[in-house]
Design a protein around this ligand. Structure first.
Ligand code: BTN
Length: 323
């Protein structure tokens, strides 16, 4: 274990209490200067540590930065987030995760970034977020799945995110088919699933999730200011990203394992509990064509059933819905 890691372990045991530089140097078997250097380094990284060599140090906790060590600490999962790659700045976490998946990284590998310079959304739109304010991450998945069932995974994910947000903040968010999370009609989170597949079998999937956590209205580009929101804007206070990410990974892993074991039906039920699309008149664009009608239901494979004005029912397995 490197010295900094050992120091953090001691600090964590003594959370909130002063520990003298001398005691730390004895426990770690290094000089007080070496302790002081590591304390300075930890402070640079954003760890909250009060005090001086003279008074002793008091550990107050990690920063709300998604360092792999902090993501893994206390994370109650079997394989999601066991391998974590953290970037201060990266093009797109989905792109990185796709490359790692191609190289054989295991299921559950997590790529997380404070900032993306080429974040991507559905329909080749950019996904923008200022540094350190959003949750931006991607997971490598290796389900045994035929490609046409992949849209189910996006619905599974939407319901997991909605639940995690509810548990972490108390907010009830709605899901617009297939997987836009909305609060009072404004977008709070987007999910982008990308895959590498042969005709019959998915090789791997990358599940990319972007949650607007601590943005303020001005952090969004002007054209999104009336249609996007963040947890902070809704709650009126800053929200910690780290515990939200951890809880989300736990819920996602449970739901994903259930999906792999029992199929889509249980997730579909959960999804129905959050959805805000059904029963409404909607427009949907599918492959360059637009249809209007009533969102009548969601089929067993997650497709949206649209009742056209003439009464015909059509099934859409992808598309952009306007409520
Ligand atoms: C959407 O258009 O609604 C989907 C947005 C998905 C954005 C996330 S942010 C983390 C991950 N990396 C990306 O480049 N995109 C996804």
């Amino acid at each position: 274990m490197i010295l900094r890691e050992k120091l953090l372990t001691v600090f964590e045991k003594e959370m909130g209490n002063y520990v003298s530089g001398e005691e730390l140097s004895r426990k770690l078997g290094v000089s007080r200067t070496a302790v002081w250097k590591q304390v300075s380094k930890l402070r640079e990284l954003g760890y909250r540590i009060d005090g001086t060599t003279r008074s002793g140090y008091r550990y107050l906790g990690p920063p709300d930065i998604l360092y792999p060590r902090e993501v893994r600490r206390g994370l109650n999962t079997r394989f999601f987030g066991k391998e974590v790659l953290h970037f201060q700045r990266v093009g797109s976490t989905n792109q990185v995760a796709l490359e790692l998946a191609r190289k054989g990284y295991p299921e559950g590998t997590l790529v997380v970034a404070e900032e993306q310079t080429a974040g991507r959304g559905r329909w080749r739109r950019p996904w923008l977020a200022p540094p350190g304010k959003a949750l931006l991450f991607s997971l490598v998945l290796r389900p045994s799945l035929v490609p046409y069932r992949v849209p189910e995974v996006t619905l599974v994910t939407g319901a997991s995110v909605a639940r995690a947000i509810h548990e972490h903040t108390g907010l009830r968010v709605g899901i617009k088919w297939p997987n836009d999370l909305l609060y009072e009609g404004k977008k709070l989170c987007g999910i982008l699933v990308e895959m590498e597949a042969a005709a019959e079998q998915v090789n791997y999937l990358v599940l990319g999730i972007g949650i607007n956590v601590n943005q303020e209205r001005d952090d969004f580009p002007p054209e999104l200011q009336d249609t996007a929101t963040s947890l902070r804007m809704i709650l009126g206070e800053k929200v910690l990203r780290l515990p939200l990410l951890q809880r989300l990974l736990e819920i996602l892993e449970d739901d994903y394992q259930e999906y792999c074991r029992d199929g889509f039906a249980p997730s579909r039920e959960r999804w129905l509990g959050y959805q805000v699309t059904l029963g409404r008149r909607v427009r949907i664009s599918v492959g360059g064509k637009e249809f209007s009608g009533e969102a009548a239901g969601v089929a067993e494979d997650g497709s949206l059933l649209l009742r056209l004005p003439g009464g015909d029912l059509i099934s859409c397995n992808s598309g952009e819905v306007v409520l």
